[in-house]
Design a protein around this ligand. Structure first.
Ligand SMILES: Nc1nc2c(ncn2[C@@H]2O[C@H](COP(=O)(O)OP(=O)(O)OP(=O)(O)O)[C@@H](O)[C@H]2O)c(=O)[nH]1
Ligand SMILES: [Mg+2]
Length: 336
């Protein structure tokens, strides 16, 4: 029983932690998650996302060593890309992470993006809570910032780093819409390469466009002011340059993360009500859907799909028929 592992996980047993995380991945740890929840909220969760090959794993490695040197414990969750072509990258990560293995203060876990029940973000959030309850000070989540699901995973983190490298100009254009808006700290890694300063400047420009100076109504017209007095100042993402492989800029990066942490703790804290509301609704939506699905016979669904396929029925009407109470459905069938 997964719940039997709870006392061992709380006591810091690594084997129990690894086993419980496997249960979480299979969606079989409801009772354990319930028991662990009161013990969560201590770790600081840092998301690391960005273009493939930008240096995320190298940064995770360097940051981990930085935190370890400060006496903090670190857990790393690597969300493996779904693409079969990324197999080598995962192996590469393992090799890069090798200098961390053997350290009892570091826990590394890979997570398959396929087959996670109830969605990747939810599984990641549950896994993070288990690791948090196990007593780790920092939890680093690495994802490749490609699709919507990766953005959702990044949102699980309290501080999100978006990693870029010089010479990825087109990439920046491609990711700026979705990814830049989730960035709390922008990292220009591979700062040893030419073009790093341009990349940093380009990102700063994009950030300024994304955070326009506030406009106020003054003397009958709108005016733009440098900084609007606000009850809680808005966080403006910092841009930090690093050379992960030489551990340059890592202390600055850790300082930027810490500044964001302080900002967020001043504001609402890691478990801010807005995020909890979103999680509650998301879980309720999923639970209601599953509950409703169980009341339907597979035949009913297949019949509707067939009729949609034959263009007899449009999808929205099909949904209405599914949602109608059984008596009304019969009535509907009776109609010509
Ligand atoms: N020159 C230079 N190379 C770096 C730096 N950081 C990482 N690299 C190299 O860039 C390559 C990719 O680094 P990773 O850390 O695996 O990048 P990643 O973003 O985790 O890659 P994926 O997980 O495959 O998306 C490796 O060969 C690293 O050694 C850096 O600061 N400077
Ligand atoms: Mg990687």
């Amino acid at each position: 029983m997964p719940a039997d592992l709870v006392p061992q996980v709380l006591a810091g047993n690594r084997r129990a932690l690894a086993r419980l995380l496997s249960h979480v991945e299979r969606g079989e740890a409801e009772a354990a998650l319930k028991a662990l929840y009161p013990h969560t909220g201590r770790a600081w969760v840092i998301g690391v996302t960005g273009s493939p090959g930008s240096g995320k794993s190298s940064l995770v490695n360097a940051l981990t060593q930085h935190y370890r040197a400060n006496g903090e414990t670190v857990a790393i969750v690597a969300v493996d890309p779904t693409s079969p072509f990324s197999g080598g990258a995962i192996l590469g990560d393992r090799i890069r992470m090798r200098d961390l293995s053997g350290d009892a203060g570091v826990f590394i876990r890979s997570m398959a993006t396929r087959g996670s029940l109830g969605g990747l973000a939810r599984t990641t959030r549950d896994m993070v809570r288990v690791i948090d309850a196990a007593g780790f000070d920092r939890i680093l989540i690495e994802t490749v910032g490609a699709g919507q699901s990766e953005v959702e995973v990044a949102r699980v983190a309290y501080t999100t780093l978006v990693v870029e490298a010089p010479g990825m100009g087109d990439d920046i254009q491609a990711i700026k819409a979705g990814i830049l808006e989730i960035a709390d700290v922008l990292v220009v890694n591979k700062a040893d390469r030419i073009g790093a300063n341009q990349t940093a400047r380009a990102l700063k420009t994009m950030l300024e466009l994304g955070h326009p100076a506030a406009r106020v109504y003054h003397h009958g017209q709108y005016m733009t002011v440098e900084a609007a007095p606000a009850p809680v100042a808005e966080w403006i993402p910092e841009v930090v340059m690093t050379v992960a492989t030489e551990r340059k800029g890592i202390a600055e990066l850790a300082a930027a993360i810490e500044a964001h942490r302080q900002h967020r703790l001043r504001d609402a804290g890691p478990f801010d009500p807005q995020a909890l509301r979103a999680e509650l609704f998301e879980r309720a939506r999923e639970a209601l859907f599953q509950q409703w699905l169980q009341t339907l016979s597979p035949d009913t669904i297949e019949t509707l799909i067939q009729r949609m396929h034959q263009r007899e029925l449009d999808p929205q009407t099909a949904v209405q028929q599914l949602l109608a109470p059984p008596s009304a459905q019969e009535h509907g069938h009776a109609r010509p």
